[in-house]
Ligand binder design. Sequence first.
Ligand SMILES: Cc1ncc(COP(=O)(O)O)c(C=O)c1O
Length: 452
Amino acid sequence: MTSELLRNAYERSERYLSEIDSQRVFPATSDLTALTGFEEPFPETGHTPEDILRQLDELGASATVASAGSRYFGFVVGGSLPVAVGANWMATAWDQVASSSVTSPVADKIEKVTSQWLLDVLDLPRQSAIGFVTGATMATFTALAAARHKILKKQGWNVEEDGLFGAPEIKVIVSDEVHVTVLKALSMLGFGKSRVIKIPTDTNGAMDISALPVLDSRTIVCTQAGNVNSGAFDPIDEICDHAQVADAWVHVDGAFGLWARSSSSKAYLACGIEKADSWAADGHKWLNTPYDGGVVVCRDDEALHGAMSVSAAYLKDRDRASQSYIPEFSKRARGIDIWAALKFLGRDGVDDLISGCCDLAQYFAKGLEALGLNILNDVVLNQIVVSWDSAEKTEALIHTVQQDGTCWFGPTVWKGHNAFRLSVSSWKITRQDIDLSLKAIEDSMQKIETSK
Ligand SMILES: Cc1ncc(COP(=O)(O)O)c(C=O)c1O
């Protein structure tokens, strides 16, 4: 029964992945309409597992976005490496509570090894503490909780016990290009989205260091390695130098950009980042692991542990357990997906993945320019921001390409201009995929011009 069921699930998944590149990237309207098939009343009696998998496959698979395929350029989304999918399946079958060595010796061991590998491949301080969280949003949340803990502790204030009411004030600095999820993390921590000091950015979206206010030991500077539109990096090296003198905390939101440190051609962008205090990165974006795969790295083990640990009589044997470095108590064995991807790729493979996507982004940008489109950013990484002659034509182009279904990208506003944004973040993308996508874009431009 169990083996038949798992084989059934495997066969359906295998077919899905083997056919993905011949499907529309975004589902057709009829596939979306068919989703009403899920709108059933809660069943009085249970259905068979086969029925459930069949419905999921027949109604669900055709209404997926083919972001695991090779022509998805929306947001910053990678497609999972097959080895990471396989490891994820096995870990799911094991169904481990990956919170400590008591609840899962294997998850604990693999996550500890993976932590060292991450510090190695990202070249971050080797004694740093690491937590496996859901994504970069939670990684930033967790890191900033550690910052809050440490800064207030130095002021003689125990924020975990006494909260923020009456606490010494903390100054938070971000750029005007800060990712919305950093603001969300700040709001969840009681810092407030509007209480921050916003520093202007240059034409490519990097913080203008000349506008950095005076830092002190009650300051957190939230920097960005990889602007979600342009891919730009804040001058983190210099910011860290100022922060070190002032004893301020520097956090790096490197959801995807932190991986530049593993690229032989792009590491220069992320130079000096190792001087920061905390870092947020995703496996599920550019390392191409399944979702729910973020990582928080914190130079100061005590600060992260102090912010995240809990104690109870029944947890006595769990000192320094992985659950005492993250917000969650129970969690799946997230580190296993990342371990599998890193072991499969190795140092050379990670370099090839990251550097290769950046080379493809250059190729894509040149092709778009040759079509008469405007590249609005300096394509330093894997992100391209593009516009056509006017806001109306740009929007029409996004819509027409999305309707066509060969590839997918979405809108953005860049420095006041309506634009669209392409991200090259998947191991699957090749030059042929970009050529096919350029052809679809060219055809859409012609369609728009002739329909006027
Ligand atoms: C720069 C940046 N920071 C943070 C995030 C949030 O990451 P996650 O969705 O993994 O929480 C993103 C996601 O797009 C991002 O691009």
